[in-house]
Design a binder for this molecule. Structure first.
Ligand SMILES: [Zn+2]
Length: 465
């Protein structure tokens, strides 16, 4: 309510209002043509065709995302660093698929309310759509699941900047190509001419509203993935691209792929999903001082963003990084690298070491922890492994754990600037060893090559990888 002593609001002079609207109209007249030229320039093919002899593609260029300059700081591994991707099982068990999808989508942390967990009912519902429409459009259901996880964290009702629903489908880019329920796309034939092809997508309406429903969204996610696959060989020939391995890149980027980062994270999620689906403990591939080791994270080969003994500047002081940082996704499970006993599960809080049960850890601010929540395991023969920055853990001090058992989840506790990652250390009789050397079967090159056993190894390569 207005205070009785407040002065009455003075009416705005008429002249001022007039001149303001004139300015708005004038600005609109000046900038409208500019804006439309920009839109045209954005969708034109100028400068992106790799071969001038090829005819210009006869459709408006699709470009779904703009490169994020922050991401350029983390260039991904060269596509040829990877081996072949594991194949999907030919017959899929629906219940196991739903369980794997539920685990992939859920970030189950003890500290925070899980921000993207889905219920078992939702997982079953999504499984029905994923299996049905992947089969219909002949695409890999594990790629569709990984795509949905990476794009929306399995949330159906997200829409931002024209990207809608589970697959964050770019409505504006694709709606031009859909007429009367058919998606028209072009492929290069043997004579290097663009030939139109169509894909029947009549079962659902392609609209923003309809794409907010899981059934329609997964239907179009699978359909657009299929189109990407059918068109990819022609696009690779006609358009300048950043090297990439999988046509899922075209789902994310449209006609021109400008980074392989999304693809790498999607395929990593797919490998994690396959592991969750198989629900087995793979044979350990690594060894350290007589102890068989397996990867603390699923979905390998994995990339390391910061190596052992790399120089760091923390609070203005240079110090060495002790251990390795795995590029990870918030909430992904962290597994025991070997059988062992939990020596410590908790946090060191400023002003003294504290052993915190999970329910008390929730009350401690992440910033007041030194290196966040962490778990230390003792494996025998003097070998210990340590897992830092967790968002939560499942174990308590003194407990025995089996190799491959989930002991916690990747988080950001105790991290000031960087993205969520797992900081991992190996100790031998109190001395720190280089985890990248011992875990090399699970890491992307050059970690496996040219590494010296203990110190001063190729950290420079790691930071530019
Ligand atoms: Zn670290």
């Amino acid at each position: 309510m207005q205070s009785p002593i407040a002065p009455p609001r003075s009416p705005r002079p008429r002249q001022l209002r007039w001149s303001r609207s004139l300015v708005v109209v004038a600005l609109a007249l000046v900038f409208a043509p500019l804006a439309s030229t920009q839109a045209l320039a954005k969708s034109s093919w100028q400068g992106v065709l790799s071969d001038h002899k090829l005819p210009q593609p006869p459709w408006p260029r699709r470009s779904s995302v703009r490169p994020n300059p922050a991401m350029a700081m983390f260039p991904m591994a060269a596509p040829n660093a990877y081996g072949p991707e594991p194949s999907a099982p030919s017959a899929i068990d629906r219940e196991r698929f739903a369980n794997a999808l539920e685990q992939l989508c859920g970030t189950k942390t003890k500290l925070r309310r899980a921000h993207s967990a889905i219920s078992h009912e939702t997982a079953i519902q999504l499984t029905t759509h994923v299996l049905r429409w992947s089969k219909h459009f002949k695409v890999d259901p594990f790629v569709v699941s990984a795509l949905v996880f990476r794009r929306s964290r399995c949330r159906a009702r997200v829409h931002r900047r024209g990207l809608v629903g589970l697959g964050r489908i770019d409505v504006a880019s694709h709606e031009l190509h859909i007429r009367s329920g058919f998606y028209t796309y072009f492929v290069l034939d043997g004579d290097n001419t663009w030939q139109p092809r169509t894909l029947d997508v009549r079962l659902f309406r392609f609209s923003r509203r309809s794409l907010l429903r899981p059934s329609a969204n997964i239907y179009f996610t699978a359909a657009l993935l299929a189109v990407s696959g059918l068109q990819a060989p022609s696009l690779e020939r006609a358009v300048k691209q950043v090297p990439h391995r999988h046509y899922v890149s075209h789902f994310v980027w449209g006609d021109r792929v400008r980074s392989s980062r999304n693809e790498e994270l999607i395929l990593q999620a797919r490998r994690r999903m396959l592991r969750l689906y198989r629900a087995d403990t793979p044979r350990p591939r690594a060894r350290c001082r007589g102890i068989a080791l397996q990867s603390p994270l699923d979905g390998y080969p994995r990339k390391i963003s910061s190596g052992h003994r790399a120089w760091r500047v923390v609070a203005g002081r240079r110090r060495r990084h002790n251990g390795v940082d795995f590029v990870s996704t918030y909430g992904e499970p962290v597994r025991a690298a070997a059988d062992g006993t939990v020596v410590f599960a908790g946090a060191h809080v400023r002003g003294g070491g504290w052993l915190l049960p999970p329910e008390r850890a929730r009350k401690v601010r992440s910033r007041s922890m030194i290196s966040g929540l962490f778990v230390t395991l003792r494996h025998g023969r003097g070998v210990r492994t340590r897992y830092f920055h967790l968002s939560g853990y499942t174990v308590r001090t003194g407990q025995y754990v089996k190799a491959g058992q989930i002991i916690g989840w990747v988080g950001r506790t105790g991290i000031k600037q960087s993205a969520p990652h797992l900081h991992f250390e190996i100790h031998h009789w109190g001395r720190r060893l280089n985890p990248a050397y011992y875990l090399r079967p699970y890491l992307l090159p050059p970690h496996g090559k040219g590494l010296r056993r203990r110190r001063g190894y190729a950290t420079r390569h790691l930071s530019v990888l």
